[in-house]
Design a protein around this ligand. Structure first.
Ligand code: 5AD
Ligand code: FES
Length: 350
């Protein structure tokens, strides 16, 4: 097992069988061995810096019906909301004053927000905050739409691939959604010139170790700038309400493998990880992650953007999360920095 981790550290890739062996057989001791190597690589590129992204959850309307997600179209209990352009710009203003230099606009797939409206919002944010990066996370769109947002000034795009295995994809999504289109979107985004983020849930229903190995190989092929992963957490109003949650241990192990597989990637320690364990986000950083994404959404809507149960930080003001995060990172020897936090290029040391 240790030899496989040594090999991954040197070559940044393993075969599907090798990844699978590690994922099936890891122990606390092997995990520690992996995390130490993951931290070394992370320190080489990013030192002890932790990048912050201000997350603005601007609509929880969604036309899709992903089986795991609390804001799926069929969830009649979801209390739907949309932020206005003015509210979104207010979040950015608040965020800018708190030191955020990246704003992530995330929402369900909501046709109310036409390309024209998104373009207008992106342009306004970039005009007011030219030193900030704008990241969009609004789902599957056409090449033309992605191009229009990019030309308006959007810098980055997050679209988790969810699972690289087509059969597994169909177990998590209704049949009008296809893994082929999801992947098409990711390659279109790269082609246009976005910094692209993909990712997946750890421990999603029906996931196998082989699926996770395929996720690593897919990521190697896509070469994303960012990879977001977090544990699957059941949401009580979804078809997966009685499925088991992903574990802390496996999520951390996958974070370590990711860091060695894509050494210079921007990897968040996610809110979902902080939800399954009180110090989950700190442990994520110690396993190789280098980004945190505190929420900038108005407190009035936070309890409505519930993709999964027991989500943390839903009662806290942006400033509280900002400083809470700073303290959490400090407690483990890391510093949140005021910076756009772009990816470092391979081979360039800090
Ligand atoms: N548990 C954990 N993560 C979830 N997501 C959606 N629903 C859940 C859930 N129940 C993740 C998906 C999506 C991202 C925005 O949140 O991976 O891409
Ligand atoms: Fe939100 Fe700690 S990060 S309260």
């Amino acid at each position: 097992m240790k030899e496989l981790i040594d090999k991954l550290e040197k070559q940044h890739i393993l075969s599907k069988e090798e990844y699978t062996t590690l994922i099936k057989n890891f122990t606390p001791e092997i995990s520690e061995y992996l995390f130490e190597k993951a931290r070394n690589v992370r320190h080489k590129y990013y030192g002890h810096d932790v990048y912050m992204r201000g997350l603005i959850e601007f609509t929880n309307y969604c036309k899709n019906d992903c089986l795991y997600c609390g804001i799926r179209h069929s969830n009649k209990n979801a209390d739907r909301y949309r932020l206005t352009k003015e509210q979104i710009l207010d979040c950015c203003k608040n965020g800018y004053e708190l030191g955020f230099r990246t704003f992530v606009l995330q929402g369900g797939e909501d046709d109310y927000f036409t390309d024209e409206i998104i373009v207008d919002i992106v342009k306004s944010i970039k005009q007011s905050y030219p030193d900030c990066a704008v990241t969009l996370s609004i789902g599957e769109k056409s090449y033309e739409s992605y191009l229009a947002y990019f030309n308006a000034g959007a810098d980055r795009y997050l679209l988790r691939h969810e699972t690289a295995d087509n059969e597994h994809y169909h177990k998590l999504h209704p049949h009008n959604l296809s893994p082929e289109n999801r992947k098409r979107c990711l390659f279109d985004l790269k082609k246009i010139g976005y910094q692209v983020g993909c990712g997946f849930m750890v421990g999603s229903p029906y996931q196998t170790a082989e699926n996770l190995a395929d996720d690593m190989l897919f990521i190697k092929k896509l070469q994303p700038d960012m990879v977001g992963i977090g544990p699957f957490i059941a949401q009580h109003d979804t078809p997966f309400h009685d499925k088991e949650n992903g574990t802390l241990e496996l999520t951390l192990f996958m974070l370590g493998l990711l860091r060695l597989t894509v050494p210079n990637a921007l990897i968040p320690s996610t809110t979902a990880l902080g939800t399954i364990a009180p110090n989950g986000r700190e442990l994520g950083i110690l396993a190789g992650a280098n980004v945190v994404m505190p929420n900038l959404s108005p407190v009035s809507v936070r309890k409505k953007y519930l993709l999964y149960d027991n989500k943390i930080c839903t009662g806290d003001e942006a400033a509280e999360c900002r400083f809470c995060m700073q303290n959490r990172m400090k407690s483990i020897g890391y510093n949140v920095v005021i910076s756009r936090g772009d990816a470092k290029q391979l081979g360039v040391r800090n």
